[in-house]
Design a binder for this molecule. Structure first.
Ligand code: AMP
Ligand code: GLY
Length: 418
């Protein structure tokens, strides 16, 4: 029997707690700091305070720590827990460089022969500016380090590109994350996320998922933390998924192991399906948010067993099974998100069949209130995408708070704006 501490306080962590609680092996579940949806399980914690995290894990004598977000992993949460003798589902800071340094990830991909866009890395703004003046391909510019999803730019003109280089490298709009930039070929195609459970040696992929980063319908408006998701994403069939496993996920794991940084946890490959096949846009070192809110409800397996097997280097493909059907998650955000927004507004939620509510920016157990930009996600479940989407939007209609905003086109066929 196993007691588990989940670190984080977003919708992803609520979904993790919801799924872990369904394991027959679980005896105790703590979420730190959690949110209004996990109120009965919450313990106070600043997830970036690694010594406090280790102290909490030891004081509560938990058997497993599951780290949701990337920032504590980048800060060495998994390393410190291992040193204290606590099992941690999540990579070491060195292995997490697949997400925390785009330059590291690019170099590793080239060494391992993983298909990705052409690129150049720059530490000197003048050299970067000279390169973009002459580069013959359309490009994007990426800050090297963590920038909370805001460090990728698709410039419209040379002037725009030069302004981005100056903002990131000279003004350091993202601090040290902008010490290096990657100038990368701009790719066209459909985006798909393939997440995989990893035990250091093996990667077992989950269902392909699709997320929606832009604030407004039709992929317009500013980038956000994610406004919705669905799974399975049918643009990758079983053969294509097997090819992603063989040509992308496994080589990445092998390369990380060769660097003596075996990757344990969830490796997330953000892919562009181009005419020449899938290309990696980015790796993340943890579950996606809101991808977790569609993948975990579809997982027909014991998540505690899978996570322990990952930590112990004993993952098997047959541990990871899926319910048939589909899931669609619609994020409900505060008015104004991703810009300034009001907090502390009362929320009411009526139950809906085949729909789950995963909280993110909420607080208060009996008197639930908004406490963030992305307030919650409603996940609809159905026999197919159409059915799951219908359940998700019925669920959205059953949630009320002042100024609630959400996209109407999550899971809709391209071009549909219902
Ligand atoms: P990333 O954080 O690297 O995934 O980038 C965020 C978003 O920027 C991606 O989801 C894509 O929509 C876009 N993007 C990143 N890299 C490229 C690229 N090489 N070509 C076109 N779009 C890109
Ligand atoms: N949904 C994108 C991410 O979690 O990075």
């Amino acid at each position: 029997m196993v007691s588990v501490l989940v670190v984080g306080g977003g919708g992803r962590e609520h979904a993790l707690a919801w799924k872990l609680a369904r394991s027959p092996r679980i005896t105790r579940l703590i979420v730190a700091p959690g949110n209004g949806g996990t109120a009965a399980l919450n313990a106070p914690l600043d997830p970036l305070d690694v010594p406090a995290l280790v102290a909490l894990a030891l004081a509560e004598a938990v058997d497993l720590v599951v780290v949701g977000p990337e920032a504590p992993l980048a800060a060495g949460a998994a390393d410190a827990l291992a040193a204290a003798g606590v099992r941690c589902f999540g990579p070491t800071a060195a292995a997490a460089r697949l997400e925390t340094s785009k330059a590291f990830a690019k170099d590793l991909m080239v060494r391992a022969g993983i298909p990705t866009a052409r690129y150049r890395i720059f530490e000197d703004p003048a050299a970067a500016a000279a390169f973009v003046r002459g580069v013959p391909w359309p490009f994007v510019i990426k800050a090297d380090g963590l920038a909370a999803g805001k460090g990728v730019f698709l410039p419209h003109s040379l002037d725009d590109a030069l302004a981005v280089i100056s903002k990131v490298m000279v003004e350091r709009a993202f601090g040290e994350a902008g010490a290096q930039i990657v100038v990368e070929e701009r790719l066209d195609g459909e985006e798909v996320s393939v997440l995989a459970f990893c035990d250091g040696r093996r990667a077992v992929p989950m269902l392909p998922a699709r997320d929606y980063k832009r604030a407004l319908d039709g992929d317009l408006g500013p980038n956000t933390g994610g406004m919705g998701a669905f799974a399975p994403a049918l643009s990758l069939d079983a053969d294509a998924l097997a090819a992603v496993q063989r040509d992308i996920l496994q080589p990445a794991l092998d390369a990380a192991r060769e660097l003596e940084s075996p990757f344990v946890g969830v490796l997330y490959a953000g892919l562009m399906i181009t005419d020449e096949g899938p290309r990696v846009l980015e790796f993340n070192c943890r579950f996606g948010d809101p991808e977790a809110q569609v993948l975990l409800p579809l997982l027909d397996a014991d998540l505690v067993q899978i996570m322990l097997a990952c930590v112990d280097g004993a993952l098997c493909e047959d541990m990871v099974r899926w319910h048939p059907g589909a899931a669609v998650a619609v994020v409900m955000a505060s008015q104004g998100y991703p810009g300034p927004h009001r907090l502390g507004l009362p929320i009411s939620i009526a139950p809906v069949a085949d729909a789950l509510v995963f909280h993110a920016g909420t607080c208060g157990a009996r008197r639930l209130q908004t406490a963030g930009g992305r307030v919650l996600a409603v996940t609809g479940l159905g026999g197919d995408l159409v059915g799951a989407r219908e359940r998700a939007y019925v669920g959205v209609d059953a949630v009320q708070f002042d100024g609630a905003s959400w996209r109407r086109d999550i899971g809709a066929p391209p071009g549909l704006r219902s």
